[in-house]
Design a protein. Structure first.
Length: 583
């Protein structure tokens, strides 16, 4: 009986094993097949370089970061211009959005307007030193610009035939003084009108000898700014000898873009900062706004008067003016504004990304027209409406996602929409004089050297090349640009490039140099796209630079050498655009 029970138990155990194997085998096969199917559908991407698309997990070939599982966006019900990002991608890229609204500068004490300018001579206190009588300049006692002349100082000696004749008349009138006193007085007054002093007249009367060379004494005080005559020149009565500037006060003259002029008025306070004295701030009052617009630069001259008691403010010094717009009411209907981090631009095209669904991460590229730069914001003249939500952090990552999904992006024009007949042109290129392109090429070459200094994290080399780049920038002949549009683009970006280089050449902190290099590169990229280049040049992009907001640079070398991180992340980046030679 016992043996029979053992046999039955063994039989049940074997049956259970066979059934379990069959069931589990089928399930395992099903799980394996399901996993295989899922694996086939999976793709892996880099959170910083979304163009990377790998079938298996690994490291990003660009920056070395671990790849993440790419979640396919459901774009079936979206328009051609919109796309969706997954929650995972949003979190990893640190995407932030802001709802835009109307801008009133009196509601925000941080609103400021930044102006560029320079120190100029105050013409209201300048004067011209003239020759009191005609003749030949025998001797000039001041010959150098900048020399200080004090009122009453001997400045020149002049031989004057007029004076020789009049002296003879004085000597003759002196002899008949008792008989013809009116004649005597008339001759004396004639000499006095020529600024001949009483002492000099008495000497002539006492000696009764004609003086051939007469001295001229300064009737103004100040520094000599300009000479009009040299020794040996013949001058007429009243002819200018030199211009004298009284530098006890000077002008701070700013160039204000036409779209910003409405924010300024007479009596407004401007804080002046000078490149020569970075720690010094001067408060001044706007006392003049030019009535006319400079049609070449599209700017209006605005000035303030600065007291210069210690003569530390030199004409020609560069300066920055900051105007606090608090309390300056700007009509609500004038504009809306967005943070500068929201705007991406290339050439004349400025874009933002708008979140068009509040409940889902669905975005759409939108081209906007920029107005003035006010503080950390841009005025938006068209393209956005109040209440819309725009990407203010991570815009480059959003743009990369758009490119990856085949949607419109910053570097790709809108595809023609036949149903609406809407199309968008690429960046407009302007054909200019070849000599101008060659001169501009020298600026590009020096810019590349500066970039290489940042790659090496060599602040001193960057200082040196910034100075060289400034010199090459000044040698570019603006007169070669006959096209008014080309002229305006050049003037605007030349100013931005010059300001950036002035800062870089004095800055010894390489990280601060890299920060300024972002704006420098943006302007250089616009010039390359607009005017062309002498050799193929690559626009390269690092999404991790600029605090993960992304930044671009130019390179003649296709190989990535990141100027924003140097050897810390030398190969991080990719080619964003190729600009081929236009020569």
């Amino acid at each position: 009986m016992k043996t029979k029970q053992i046999i039955i138990g063994i039989a049940l155990l074997i049956s259970g094993i066979l059934v379990g194997k069959y069931v589990l085998g089928n399930n395992t096969s099903e799980i394996t097949n399901t996993h295989q199917n899922k694996t086939k559908e999976q793709h892996w991407m880099c959170s910083m370089h979304p163009q990377i698309d790998m079938p298996t997990f690994g490291s990003c070939p660009i920056c070395g970061m671990d790849l993440i599982l790419k979640e396919a966006a459901n774009n079936k019900n979206l328009s051609k211009n919109s796309f969706k990002m997954s929650k995972n991608a949003m979190a990893l890229a640190n995407i932030e959005t802001t709802i835009v609204g109307e801008s009133e500068t009196d509601d925000n004490s941080n609103k400021t307007l930044k102006l560029s300018g320079k120190i100029m001579v105050n013409n209201n206190v300048s004067a011209i030193q003239t020759a009191h009588f005609g003749g030949r300049i025998e001797k000039l006692y001041f010959k150098s610009k900048g020399s200080f002349v004090k009122k009453g100082t001997l400045i020149a000696s002049i031989y004057s035939p007029q004076l020789v004749t009049t002296q003879n008349e004085l000597i003759e009138a002196l002899n008949v003084k008792e008989i013809q006193p009116e004649l005597y007085k008339a001759v004396r007054n004639k000499l006095k009108l020529w600024k001949i002093s009483e002492k000099q007249i008495q000497q002539i009367e006492h000696s009764k000898k004609v003086v051939t060379n007469f001295n001229i004494y300064a009737n103004v005080s100040g520094s000599i700014e300009q000479f009009f005559s040299d020794e040996g020149n013949h001058v007429k009565e009243g002819a200018p000898l030199f211009k004298v500037s009284n530098l006890s006060s000077v002008w701070a003259v700013f160039d204000v873009y036409e779209q910003d002029i409405k924010n300024l008025k007479l009596g407004q306070i401007v804080t002046v900062k000078l490149n020569a004295y970075p720690d010094k701030k001067i408060k001044a009052t706007i006392n003049f706004i030019a009535p006319n617009l400079n049609t070449n630069t599209r700017t209006v001259s605005v000035r303030a008067t600065l007291i210069n008691t210690k003569n530390s403010l030199k004409p020609g010094m560069l300066l920055i003016g900051i105007v606090d717009l608090k309390g300056v009411l700007i009509s609500k209907s004038d504009f809306i504004s967005v943070p500068k981090t929201a705007v991406m631009w290339t050439g004349k095209r400025s874009i933002v990304y708008v979140k068009i669904d509040k409940n889902n991460s669905i975005f759409e590229l939108r081209e906007v027209k920029l107005g003035a730069s006010v503080g950390e914001n841009y005025q938006i003249l068209s393209g956005l409406s109040n209440g819309e939500e725009v990407v203010t952090n991570g815009a480059f990552t959003v743009d990369a996602t758009a490119q990856l999904q085949g949607k419109n992006s910053m570097m790709s024009p809108k595809k023609e929409d036949k149903s609406k007949g809407i199309s968008e042109k690429r960046i407009k290129k302007i054909v200019v004089n070849k000599k101008f392109v060659y001169q501009l090429n020298n600026v590009f070459q020096n810019y590349i050297s500066l970039k290489n200094g940042l790659v090496l994290t060599d602040a001193k080399k960057v200082n040196r090349t910034a100075k060289t780049t400034l010199i090459s920038l000044q040698k570019v002949q603006m007169k070669l640009l006959k096209n008014p549009e080309a002229h305006t683009i050049w003037m605007n970006h030349k100013k931005e490039i010059k300001n950036a280089l002035e800062i870089i050449k004095k800055e010894n902190d390489v990280e601060k140099q890299r920060t300024v290099f972002i704006e420098l590169s943006n302007s250089m990229i616009v010039l390359a796209n607009t005017f062309g280049v002498h050799a193929t040049i690559y626009v390269q992009h690092c999404p991790m630079a600029n605090n993960n907001k992304g930044a671009d640079w130019l390179s003649y070398d296709e190989k990535i050498k990141n100027p924003y991180f140097g050897d810390k992340m030398l190969s991080c980046g990719d080619i964003k655009q190729i600009i081929k030679s236009s020569l």
